[in-house]
Design a protein around this ligand. Structure first.
Ligand SMILES: [Zn+2]
Length: 210
């Protein structure tokens, strides 16, 4: 990775846009994807320029689920999205460090925490908490990270605990990022970066802001 501001020698970098414009690009790209009219198909275009530097316009915190593919879901080519993936799309210290690099050194104006329907990681957390079950290996750490969202969903008393917990998990991580010191919170309060939440519907391919 290149450390230091990745600014082109002449003029502004291509990702020098505001957070709202970045969000519009994601929303428009998702509409193309959901309609099966994706525009990004030429993956060799721009490869030589990308070898020199990267200027992604959005960072996505996505689940590791194989059915959620951010570049496809937002119809973006290589170099456009800076993606951090972990089952359950939560932000731990390493994920935060990646995002800090993205917003501070790459100049990314938008971060989206992207949950999805029928998330196995959230579902497993609900089951573990319900049955007091013990999971093998390092899975308990994953459950601990998702637990606050499940507890918030239970408190809200929803009929659909899984769906509610998935949304609470997105909102919880958006809130955590907004107050993540010292880098993200500062850029957010300066209006240079926005953090938003999205929910990807596995059945339709559509992303709804939550
Ligand atoms: Zn998932």
């Amino acid at each position: 990775m290149q450390l230091g501001p990745a600014v082109a020698q002449t003029g502004a970098p291509p990702n020098a846009i505001g957070p709202d414009e970045a969000l519009k690009r994601l929303v428009d790209g998702n509409a193309r994807y959901a309609a099966n009219t994706a525009a990004n198909k030429d993956f060799s275009a721009g490869r030589a320029a990308r070898a020199e530097s990267q200027h992604p316009f959005a960072a996505i915190v996505s689940c590791a689920d194989s059915r959620v593919a951010p570049e496809l879901a937002f119809d973006q080519g290589p170099g456009e999205l800076f993606v951090v993936r972990v089952a359950g799309n939560f932000v731990n210290t390493d994920g935060l460090a990646s995002l800090e690099y993205g917003v501070k050194f790459l100049g990314i104006p938008l971060v989206m925490v992207l949950g999805h329907t029928n998330c196995g990681a959230v579902d497993a957390t609900i089951k573990v908490l319900k049955d007091n079950a013990e999971l093998p290996g390092h899975l308990p750490e994953l459950v601990n990270s998702i637990k606050p969202a499940v507890e918030a969903a239970k408190k809200a008393g929803s009929d659909d605990l899984l769906n509610r917990a998935i949304i609470e998990n997105v909102r919880h991580n958006v809130a955590e990022l907004n107050k993540a010191e010292p880098i993200v919170s500062r850029l957010v309060s300066d209006g240079k970066v926005k953090v938003v939440g999205g929910l990807y519907d596995l059945a339709t391919g559509k992303v709804e802001l939550v």
